[in-house]
Design a protein. Structure first.
Length: 255
């Protein structure tokens, strides 16, 4: 596979690089157990890529605030009207690494890695909130005529050691269009809020991993996704995310 082709199909840190202006079309309305959703259409500049339906900031669990802080994720609330999901949900609270001393930082990383992180940090510094359990769905445009097409689902689980990062900066639209697959990115709790473990009996810890499981379960029962098989795509956190908790969950999903 050529480097040009790999560049086309791999997700990049580029928030909605396609047209997303005031005149953008609405997506179709899809139904979930919580209520109806309507996203936005992303129109490509390239004739090789077709339109993509983007559903951004879809809640997959209840906000982990108040009494739900340091608790396993609960079910998301329902809604009556069509919910517009055209903007990303908040980034989970996190402490972003300090790159102010570039000479020191370059002792531990390449120039390419540092430039990548600088671009990524611009998105992570915005709108941090504990109410952050949202996912983003990118799907090839569904044609109105004919029977629904069942497509593979790829879930991108962001890395960076469960301390910082978000699914929001990773634009899955190019991969969705080029590969004719459904791409989903997720946010999950990080740092102390996601992985604090105390001696208290009711503090089980690893809430971030439970968030990931809750997202996978939400995706599993969504008939609107029209999935034929499911693949979690874990970046850098694979030592944990392929361990028995996630393996058992993924085995339940039809493949």
């Amino acid at each position: 596979m050529s480097s040009r082709m790999r560049g086309m199909i791999f997700m990049t840190v580029a928030l909605l690089t396609w047209a997303l202006g005031e005149g953008a079309r609405n997506s179709r309305v899809v139904r979930t157990r919580q209520g109806a959703l309507q996203g936005i259409m992303l129109e490509p500049d390239s004739p090789l890529l077709g339109p993509v339906e983007a559903y951004l900031g879809v809640p997959y669990a209840a906000p982990p605030v108040g009494r739900l802080r340091f608790m396993p994720p609960g079910s998301p609330r329902s809604w009556d009207q069509v919910r517009r999901v055209t903007e990303f949900g908040s980034v989970c609270p996190q402490i972003i690494p300090d790159l102010s001393n570039e000479n020191e930082a370059l002792r531990f990383m390449t120039v390419g890695r540092m430039n990548y992180l600088k671009k990524l940090f611009l998105y992570l510094q915005r709108d941090q909130s504990e109410d952050c359990l949202y996912l983003n769905i990118y799907a090839p445009e569904m044609q109105s005529s004919g029977s629904p097409v069942r497509r593979p689902v790829i879930v991108f689980i962001h890395g960076e050691s469960y301390e910082w990062n978000s699914g929001n900066p990773y634009d899955g639209s190019v991969l969705a269009s080029y590969g004719q697959v459904i791409v989903i990115t997720i946010n999950y709790r990080l740092g102390l809020l996601g992985f604090l473990k105390t001696e208290e009996n009711n503090q089980i810890g690893n809430y971030g991993l439970l968030d990931i499981l809750a997202a996978l379960q939400w995706i599993q029962v969504r008939p609107c996704l029209q999935s034929s098989y499911f693949t979690p795509w874990d970046r850098q956190s694979n030592l944990i995310c392929v361990s028995p908790p996630l393996t058992v969950q993924c085995a339940v999903i039809e493949r």
